[in-house]
Design a protein around this ligand. Structure first.
Ligand SMILES: [Fe+2]
Ligand SMILES: [Fe+2]
Length: 136
């Protein structure tokens, strides 16, 4: 798992770039908490963070995709929707089961897959597309 942002992931957009840094940090904090046995405290905070994060971050990416007429917008939006659905499911389980270590481990996997499959692939494709079109 990368510890810092890959330079190919830079959007040259202050908000979006800082969001990406934040999610990597959250992943690291959660993985450390699971390792150290503190994950039940962390999982509640994380669920709230992710709910706000997805709203703000996906809106920002959506705007930039529209602005630069990104041809893959439909697929990109679909992946965002999938992640939002997973966060809703996580919050639902948190309400029903409480903050358990099992749930924290499941959340670690969810974030890991999001970073590897979405950020490091789908977001990177978008960043590369913008690189050629967006003024610096
Ligand atoms: Fe992103
Ligand atoms: Fe994205």
């Amino acid at each position: 798992m990368p510890r810092k942002l890959d330079e190919n992931l830079y959007f040259n957009d202050v908000a979006i770039d800082s969001h990406h840094g934040k999610i990597l940090l959250q992943y690291k904090m959660l993985a450390d908490a699971v390792r150290d046995g503190n994950s039940t405290v962390m999982i509640n905070k994380l669920a709230n963070f992710l709910e706000h994060y997805t709203n703000e971050h996906f809106d920002a990416e959506d705007l930039i995709m529209l602005q630069y007429r990104y041809p893959e917008i439909k697929e990109h939006r679909r992946e965002h929707q999938e992640f939002e659905d997973s966060i809703k499911e996580l919050k639902k389980r948190l309400d029903e089961e409480g903050a358990t270590r099992n749930l924290a481990v499941a959340a670690t996997g969810l974030l890991y897959r999001y970073i590897i499959n979405h950020m490091n692939k789908t977001d990177k494709d978008l960043a590369l597309y913008l690189r050629e079109r967006k003024p610096r």
